[in-house]
Design a protein around this ligand. Structure first.
Ligand SMILES: [Zn+2]
Length: 370
């Protein structure tokens, strides 16, 4: 099977891709844009198969070049990913990505693509090609190019070598240089339907139906996010988060104790996920208050509980919870210890923050460090 056949629910983008290649008018620079984890990188590799395949009609998916593209070992295919350090190429992760269709590339937040990587590409592009056919350069998450690297990438696009094709991927085109945008043909990739995501996490991760629905709702159309959530045990984490934020506490010291206990078990990624889960819970509460039915709710499997809570909580109480969670996310982004960020959020949610000197988690963190 060729890679293009393995991409689901992107009919429009793939039809446009096929139209260009069947007409022999593949542009030398493409921008595939859309949410993360919807098939942009795989579509770029599908294009590489088309350009490097030795069969007719191409791509066959079976010939040695097609196989090498799928394994990411073709010498004329260059896939550039952001690394924790700008010059790092996460090769190990790439091998896993090539072997397993649902592998999520673990790109750290704040990872970037540095100038040396793009210079390396430029050198490659000036060399003779290893095999017949074209050369394909894929720069994944092009918004992570450092400013210097983006300028170098622009040069690469402006002065194309014959037979070299570039594909950039990104989430939002507006995050790229206008000069890069104007030279790339854009193809939009769309969020994947929740039903499809639920089906994949049921099959791939063995999630029960109700939990698969929750994960699919949370993933916002991204397959990689759905898999990540499923593997992080989003179902159990939801119970933990609801227990934490929804069960009333007697006083501030009880709230602090609860926050410390759970916060110590959560690394920043897990804390972020718990907050995301809680946010969708309060979003659902608002929807239920407005009389929305179970369709469209993330936590539709907990409809009875949602209805009870929607009755019990007044609008300002829901708003206060959401504001507290937003602050918690911000604090975690700023490297505040999850337990401390949680403590501040919990005190605010329970309306106990007035009793505490430090309301702001950052202020609390600062005072602990001093
Ligand atoms: Zn082939």
């Amino acid at each position: 099977m060729s890679l293009i056949e393995s991409i689901r629910h992107q009919e429009q983008a793939l039809a446009a891709l096929r139209r260009s290649w069947e007409a022999g008018r593949t542009p030398h620079a493409y921008l595939f844009w859309g949410p993360p984890g919807v098939g942009k990188t795989r579509a770029a590799l599908a294009l590489a198969q088309r350009l490097l395949c030795q069969s007719d009609p191409a791509p066959c998916g079976e010939c040695p070049p097609c196989r090498r593209v799928a394994r990411l070992t073709h010498p004329d295919l260059h896939l550039v990913l952001a690394g924790a350090r700008a010059e790092e190429d996460p090769r190990r992760d790439l091998d896993a990505y090539a072997q397993e269709p649902y592998h999520c590339l673990d790109i750290p937040r704040g990872a970037s693509i540095g100038i040396e990587r793009v210079r390396g590409l430029k050198m490659e592009a000036s060399k003779a090609r290893v095999e017949r056919g074209g050369r394909v350069i894929v720069i994944r998450d092009a918004e992570r190019l450092t400013p210097e690297a983006a300028q170098a990438a622009l040069k690469l696009i402006e002065e194309p070598q014959a037979g070299t094709f570039l594909v950039l991927t990104c989430e939002y085109p507006s995050h790229l240089l206008p000069t890069i945008l104007s030279r790339c043909q854009r193809l939009r990739f769309r969020a994947l339907p929740a039903d499809f995501l639920a089906e994949v996490v049921r099959g791939e991760c063995g999630l029960p139906e109700a939990e698969a629905r929750v994960v699919a709702g949370l993933a916002q159309g991204s397959l990689s996010r759905a898999i990540e959530l499923a593997r992080a045990g989003a179902g159990a984490l939801r119970d933990e988060a609801l227990e934490l934020f929804e069960r009333p506490v007697g006083d501030a010291s009880e709230a602090v104790g609860r926050a410390q206990r759970l916060g110590r078990q959560w690394d920043p990624a897990r804390a972020r996920l718990a907050v995301d889960l809680a946010m969708t819970w309060y979003g659902d509460l608002l929807a239920v208050r407005h009389g929305l039915g179970p369709e469209g709710l993330v936590h539709a499997d907990r409809l009875a509980q949602l209805r009870v809570r929607a009755q019990a909580l007044a609008l300002p109480q829901i708003r206060r919870r959401v504001a507290a969670l937003e602050e918690m996310l911000e604090a975690i982004e700023q490297n505040v210890n999850p337990a401390l960020a949680l403590e501040a959020a919990l005190l605010r949610i329970q309306g106990l923050d007035e009793q505490q000197k430090q309301v702001d988690p950052r202020a609390a963190a600062r005072s602990r460090r001093e």
